[in-house]
Design a protein around this ligand. Structure first.
Ligand SMILES: NC(=O)c1ccc[n+]([C@@H]2O[C@H](COP(=O)([O-])OP(=O)(O)OC[C@H]3O[C@@H](n4cnc5c(N)ncnc54)[C@H](OP(=O)(O)O)[C@@H]3O)[C@@H](O)[C@H]2O)c1
Length: 253
């Protein structure tokens, strides 16, 4: 299989102000794609756009909340009216999301709604809209950032993991609906990646550190970004539907 250049493609990346999304936007831009980046922190996006442009790439920041319907619609409208990006999009990386430490008994219930709003409902709304659009264009890529805890029940993030089971199921459901139109859908399932994720989720030495100490070197966002770049650079007739990437020393989940 020969991977293809992304020149001429436009990619939307949500959750691009930090971690996996930030690294993915950079990687896709380096591979030739024009990128449209979304997150809530505008100044981080502006800094990312400046960096991509300083490397000769094309980027557009559209600040917004990935769980809000009007912000999702605005993101897609901005992408399709951005003339430097060809007034269209070909690739959507559904990445915005957040973790939550603990299982059903001990995770902070006051944060349950927010976890599902962004990880499940926001992702679902973007999948639905991008799915319709790419079917009409008869091709394109949707990559959903799931999780190894969206496949295996996690001892330390059981509630969050359930949201990743849900988004993984939606991605596969969508794949079955759009694949005959030439649209690829893939789920990438990272193990533990060092990012702002741990702080947002509420992990600390007590509930997390001791376990992961034994895993050795953990993943960097760049490791996942390269996986995503590979998926969207495959020849159009090849769809790797699922990709799990763990630190070598992570036995579980
Ligand atoms: N790190 C891990 O170990 C790991 C493992 C498996 C899966 N994942 C998944 O990978 C994805 C990225 O996580 P990460 O590790 O890169 O974490 P991160 O560094 O915390 O980045 C999360 C990104 O999502 C954005 N975001 C969060 N809520 C949002 C919202 N409501 N609207 C718009 N943007 C939002 C954040 O931006 P703003 O705060 O600026 O909005 C940020 O850009 C998530 O879906 C996560 O569940 C992470």
């Amino acid at each position: 299989m020969h991977t293809q250049t992304l020149a001429g493609k436009t990619a939307i990346v949500t959750g691009a102000s930090s971690g996996i999304g930030y690294a993915t936007a950079l990687a896709l831009a380096k591979a030739g794609a024009a990128v449209v980046v979304q997150a809530r922190r505008q100044e981080r996006l502006d800094e990312l756009v400046r960096l991509i442009e300083s490397q000769g790439g094309k980027a557009l920041a559209v600040a917004g909340d990935a769980s809000r319907e009007e912000d999702i619609d605005n993101l897609l409208e901005q992408a399709t009216s951005w003339t430097r990006g060809g007034s269209k999009y070909d690739i959507v990386v559904v990445n915005a999301g957040r973790g939550l430490a603990g299982g059903i008994l001990h995770s902070d219930e006051s944060q349950w709604q927010e976890v599902y709003d962004v990880n499940v409902l926001g992702a679902g709304r973007l999948l639905r809209r991008a799915g319709h659009y790419l079917v009409q264009r008869k091709g394109g890529d949707i990559v959903v950032v799931g999780s190894s805890v969206g496949r295996n029940i996690s001892p330390f993030s059981g509630f969050y993991g359930s949201s990743k089971f849900a988004v993984g199921a939606m991605a596969e459901a969508l794949r079955r609906e759009v694949c005959t139109a030439g649209v690829r859908v893939s789920v990438i399932m990272p193990g533990i990646v060092v990012s702002e994720f741990q702080g947002v989720a509420g992990y600390n030495a007590e509930n997390f550190g001791k376990t992961v100490e034994q895993f050795g070197k953990l993943l960097q966002p760049q490791d996942i970004a390269e996986g995503i770049q590979f998926l969207v650079s495959l020849p159009p007739h090849v769809n790797i539907n699922e990709m799990m990437i763990r630190p070598t020393g992570q036995p579980y989940p």
